[in-house]
Design a binder for this molecule. Sequence first.
Ligand SMILES: Cc1cc2nc3c(=O)[nH]c(=O)nc-3n(C[C@H](O)[C@H](O)[C@H](O)COP(=O)(O)OP(=O)(O)OC[C@H]3O[C@@H](n4cnc5c(N)ncnc54)[C@H](O)[C@@H]3O)c2cc1C
Length: 154
Amino acid sequence: MAVKAVIIGGGVVGCITAIKLKENGYDVTVVDKSVVGEESSAAGAGIIFPLMPWNYESRVFDLCLGALSFYKNLSIKLIKAGFEDPEFIESGMICIDPSDKKKIVQWGKKNNFTIKEYLFNNRPSYELAKVAQLIPTKLMKSLKHIYSSLALSL
Ligand SMILES: Cc1cc2nc3c(=O)[nH]c(=O)nc-3n(C[C@H](O)[C@H](O)[C@H](O)COP(=O)(O)OP(=O)(O)OC[C@H]3O[C@@H](n4cnc5c(N)ncnc54)[C@H](O)[C@@H]3O)c2cc1C
């Protein structure tokens, strides 16, 4: 008999955990006080990176790199399986005239992360080319379907 698991909260964290547990044979129930996938996980901007990574510990950056490849692969799988496309794109992120310019350049070099320097509206700007984003509402729509049908392995 399958081991029963109850997940309290059906945001992106709860849904992905539920899918992973189901794949491993658990009998999973997601309990939510509101509507699954309609709280923070639907409100987010979908940027898969901290806004100012140079202000965080390196392990946060490592976690973000993992998230970049996780969500990129997940998006490809969702599209192939016919689910809603969460529209993952490596859009990059531009920091316009930040106060800590030296720190940004040093951080990029240290982490081997491409940062383009240029003028944007005559203001010194820095583009972090690899930063990605997706549309959280579309991701949650797909995750809800997968959770109930389990038609895709993450
Ligand atoms: C405006 C905004 C913009 C954001 N932009 C970004 C961004 O660009 N990039 C990024 O990485 N992150 C962003 N975030 C943060 C990101 O959305 C959250 O970190 C993420 O969605 C959290 O997911 P979660 O599953 O932990 O929480 P949630 O999506 O909030 O899910 C938690 C669920 O638990 C339920 N719940 C709570 N308490 C109980 C209870 N006692 N019993 C039962 N159910 C309960 C809630 O109803 C909810 O459905 C943003 C957040 C907001 C609000």
